[in-house]
Design a protein around this ligand. Sequence first.
Ligand SMILES: Nc1nc2c(ncn2[C@@H]2O[C@H](COP(=O)(O)OP(=O)(O)OP(=O)(O)O)[C@@H](O)[C@H]2O)c(=O)[nH]1
Ligand SMILES: [Mg+2]
Length: 421
Amino acid sequence: MHEVAHNDRAVLLFESGDVDPWFRTEMRELAATAEVDVVGEFYARTHRRPGQPFLSADRGEELYQEVVELGANTVLVAADLSPGEHSELQGMVEVRVVDRSQLILDIFARRAHTREGKLQVELAQLNYLLPRLTGAGTEMSRLGGGVGTRGPGETKLESDRRRLRRRIGALTAEIDSVQKHREVARSGRKSLPFPSAALVGYTSAGKSTLLNVLSGANVAVDARLFSTLDPTTRRVVLPDGWGILITDTVGFIRDLPHTLIAAFRATLEEVREADVLVHVVDASHPAREAQIEAVRTTLEEIGAGGKPTVMVYNKSDLCSDTYELRRLVASDPLSCYISALKGEGLSHLMDRIAAAVRGLLTRVEAVIPYSRSELLSACYDNGRVHQAEYREDGIHLLADVTASFAGVLAPFRRGDEGGED
Ligand SMILES: Nc1nc2c(ncn2[C@@H]2O[C@H](COP(=O)(O)OP(=O)(O)OP(=O)(O)O)[C@@H](O)[C@H]2O)c(=O)[nH]1
Ligand SMILES: [Mg+2]
């Protein structure tokens, strides 16, 4: 379901006032990523209080004139609109109105490749659309792209809404069943003896580029926003020879509404379940600090705050001021600066990840019965085995493992006088 198409001609509506210029640049990038042809920009004072029109009648008329003159068929709004504001603006400009969240969803819809990804994006789109159908009268049934065939009148609206609710119910059920399968796969991974890491960061920070250079993976890299939607996991070997699973995830963006965040359950679960986060930052970006803040806020919102986090200042090749980079990393022992593109600074990064991981391991001594030798294989594959002796009563193991895997080994442990549990 696409709100915008590549031949769409849009006027971009910016709220005037004290806005970070970078926010506007980003909105233009989002429009370009959605392949919308932006034919004009319009700046207007807006009101976000109930009882006040979003746009004054005069300015609304001017915007309408601009739309007509430029032959635009869409007004793209660089903000999120309430259902009321949406229909009000729609009535003024008489072309389709698409707000920032709808635009982002549209990009997601283009990028989703897995079945689950597609289902989730469609669900988010319908959830976004449903209240915007309500009470919007005839305009919306003309404009509800993909919701049903066109046609005016309340009856149409009613049936649209009913159809939408049915589809939302069906999608939710389907997603639940897909998720159950994935949970089974993940619970297998949960009992791994070694911590896992997730790459997180603002969209276009270079997460996929980094995973590729670290693991030889082949994740698509793109200068446009939101290249990655579906998580990819790869095994990466740390300097001391042990392996770690690293997952590339969807990029974050500021002011992402909760309904959209919820659409990325697959990615977000990977992030929530990860033991360590690797927060990739585009160090060369003028809005670097705002981007870091937006990522931290999103991490808090999805319940993944407070994990050990390696801060990676990427794109050092684009930064002329290395003093500034050194200052950034000097304050945080778990940080480093790199160029994923040039492959520079990667050994520092690996050392930081290894340090973060080390803090999560527990030393375990256990005697594993031969009937459970898969536990030893698991330790060899991903954990740190210091000793494994095959004796009569079983395999005598000394290893460093995660707390959850120590739980798996608990029945076989011995020599815990040290007081660890
Ligand atoms: N100059 C430079 N460009 C980089 C570096 N790392 C990544 N890039 C570029 O930045 C753009 C985005 O890279 P991606 O790896 O797709 O970024 P991402 O964080 O995975 O982005 P999303 O999947 O959209 O969230 C691409 O054009 C990369 O070539 C770097 O170290 N230096
Ligand atoms: Mg990516």
